[in-house]
Write a protein that binds this ligand. Structure first.
Ligand SMILES: Cc1cc2nc3c(=O)[nH]c(=O)nc-3n(C[C@H](O)[C@H](O)[C@H](O)COP(=O)(O)OP(=O)(O)OC[C@H]3O[C@@H](n4cnc5c(N)ncnc54)[C@H](O)[C@@H]3O)c2cc1C
Length: 377
């Protein structure tokens, strides 16, 4: 097999890697992606599907703003809307303390262009009569929404391939090293790829790759557990999340209600998340508490996936500090589906230009030298 030569080699063909590949082709750079499994099938393909800015840590809001612009242009960019819809998001409080918390966060995020409407209990129940009595108020963000994760990563992969990117799946990067002014990647099947720059978008496995270049990141697998019901008449337009994150739910127009809130387990060497029945039952009980009519629906499936979680629950999105030409974009800590399209674009720009116009302060590795992060809600 002759070596594949590209301006940029990407390790990890999830949403971030595929979005990076598309952006690189838009910029005229040659790009090759290696994916050990199937493109877009890891965390990017099994997640809950929430696309939100409301309640995020402030350090992510610059990139979330760019992401919103990309989500709105999906048909033009990748040939499909991927069932993306702006349905709004309600962050629900179940105590006065939580109300104070979301009100404070609403004020902080308003400075970043994220507008929410604070709803009292009466206003909330008037608007969403399907909510249970434990909901005492909420922050409603009309610009948030949802999309079908099964469609998004593959759509970016197809668009990148159609634009000239080379994408290899079922062929993991087994060995990666700096070679002269660039990088060489040897894959499990014996393929060799050479690139002037390298993007590490290996998701939960990104810390393993960064460690090879002397930049270990404490990253552990997180495995949100998802539940889906049979279809029901459509009643629930916005995505719902409760403060603390122990319930989030959405209903798709076909009628199924999808919800989550607890975690399974995962082993990075095995590569998929294992569902725990008792955790799913806890999620079910908590969801019924907030959305009582879910009690009447049959659950038809449970699943989980593997995501990489960093100590401060923020992604690593930055140029390497040890290795010129290396860019890290991993560890999205359970909320990188929304950020994925923009994070890929930013990684592409960092690989080509060493810089990006998108604010990514606070997402580099220096934060692990010192800082503490403000809380999200
Ligand atoms: C169940 C669940 C629910 C979630 N819900 C939401 C949500 O509602 N909203 C939201 O914003 N986010 C959500 N997330 C998080 C979101 O899915 C992820 O943050 C996002 O998909 C990360 O994209 P990625 O491309 O970095 O990672 P991934 O999609 O995991 O892609 C990384 C890829 O790298 C590949 N790889 C790793 N090592 C190698 C190697 N050596 N060689 C080749 N390939 C390699 C992997 O196989 C994988 O395909 C959820 C995650 C899960 C698991």
């Amino acid at each position: 097999m002759s070596a594949v030569e590209a301006d940029v080699v990407i390790v990890g063909g999830g949403l971030v890697g595929c979005a990076a590949a598309l952006r690189l082709r838009e910029r005229g750079a040659s790009v090759a992606v290696v994916e050990k499994n199937q493109l877009g099938a890891a965390a990017s393909g099994v997640n809950f599907g929430g696309v939100r800015r409301n309640g995020r840590k402030l350090a992510e809001l610059g990139i979330a703003a760019r992401a919103l612009g990309i989500w709105k242009r999906l048909p033009e960019l990748v040939g499909s809307d991927c069932e993306y819809a702006i349905t709004g998001n309600i962050k629900v409080a179940r105590s006065e303390e939580h109300m104070v918390q979301i009100a404070a966060h609403a004020e902080a995020q308003a400075g970043y262009g994220v507008e929410v409407e604070m709803l009292s209990r009466n206003a909330l129940l008037d608007r969403y009569p399907w909510l249970g009595p434990s909901a005492i108020g909420a922050a409603f963000c009309p610009s948030d929404g949802q999309a079908n994760p099964r469609l998004v990563g593959p759509a970016f992969a197809r668009a990148a391939r159609a634009a000239g990117a080379e994408l290899f799946e079922l062929d993991g990067a087994a060995h990666v090293e700096r070679d002269g002014n660039g990088f060489v990647v040897e894959t499990e099947s014996g393929r060799t790829l050479r690139g002037g720059a390298l993007i590490n978008s290996a998701g939960a496995w990104g810390g393993r790759l960064s460690a090879r270049f002397g930049e270990p990141v404490e990253i552990w697998p997180m495995e949100p557990q998802m539940v889906v019901t049979e279809p029901a008449p459509y009643f629930m337009e916005p995505v719902l999340a409760v403060v603390g994150g122990d319930v989030y739910a959405r209903q798709i127009p076909r009628g199924n209600v999808i919800f989550g809130g607890r975690s399974g387990t995962a082993d990075l060497d095995v590569g998929f998340g294992k569902v725990h029945a008792e955790e799913s039952l806890t999620t079910l009980a908590r969801t019924i508490d907030i959305i009582p009519c879910v009690a009447d629906l049959a659950v038809i499936r449970f699943w989980s996936g593997v995501e990489g979680c960093t100590p401060d629950h923020l992604p690593v999105l930055c140029p390497s500090r040890t290795t010129p030409g290396l860019v890290h974009a991993f560890g999205f800590s359970g909320h990188g589906f929304c950020l994925g399209p923009a994070s890929g674009a930013v990684a592409a720009e960092l690989a080509l230009d060493g810089r990006t116009e998108t604010p990514i302060e606070g997402l580099d590795l220096s934060r692990f030298d010192t800082a503490e992060q403000p809380a999200s809600t």
